[in-house]
Write a protein that binds this ligand. Structure first.
Ligand SMILES: [Zn+2]
Length: 124
């Protein structure tokens, strides 16, 4: 299990009470809120923050994030965000998220198509 600071989103040791990066008291947060917060961060104006949220949602295999991730994919024009979303959907690995990846084999962006091809190969 990987642990993340729910305030600054950095990876932290599991036995720590205070985040070594931002000093926040970890015990104030619970896992459910963290997932919710990450899904909320998908709307963040800074692409870097959005990218971190996408990556962590994948590591947490957040099934709740599938729908918001698909919505973000369809809304954004940033192929690197789209690529990150495909990776995360692959890690979440529900039938619904894998179907979405397969649909991207014919996407207009070559970055997205290549990523979808690579991920689909890994499911075979
Ligand atoms: Zn922190």
């Amino acid at each position: 299990m990987i642990y993340f600071c729910q305030n600054c989103f950095k990876e932290i040791p599991c036995d720590t009470a205070v985040c070594p990066f931002c000093g926040v008291d970890i015990s104030m947060y619970d896992a459910h809120n963290f997932e919710h917060k990450l899904i909320h961060a998908l709307q963040h104006p800074i692409p870097e923050t959005v990218n971190i949220a996408i990556t962590i949602l994948g590591k947490l295999k957040s099934k709740k994030a599938v729908k918001p991730l698909k919505e973000l994919f369809n809304k954004t024009y940033d192929p690197y965000i789209q690529k990150a979303i495909l990776d995360t959907l692959f890690q979440i690995g529900t039938p619904q998220s894998l179907r979405f990846i397969k649909k991207m084999l014919v996407h207009e962006s070559i970055i997205v198509r290549k990523e979808a091809e690579m991920l689909v190969k890994r499911t075979q």
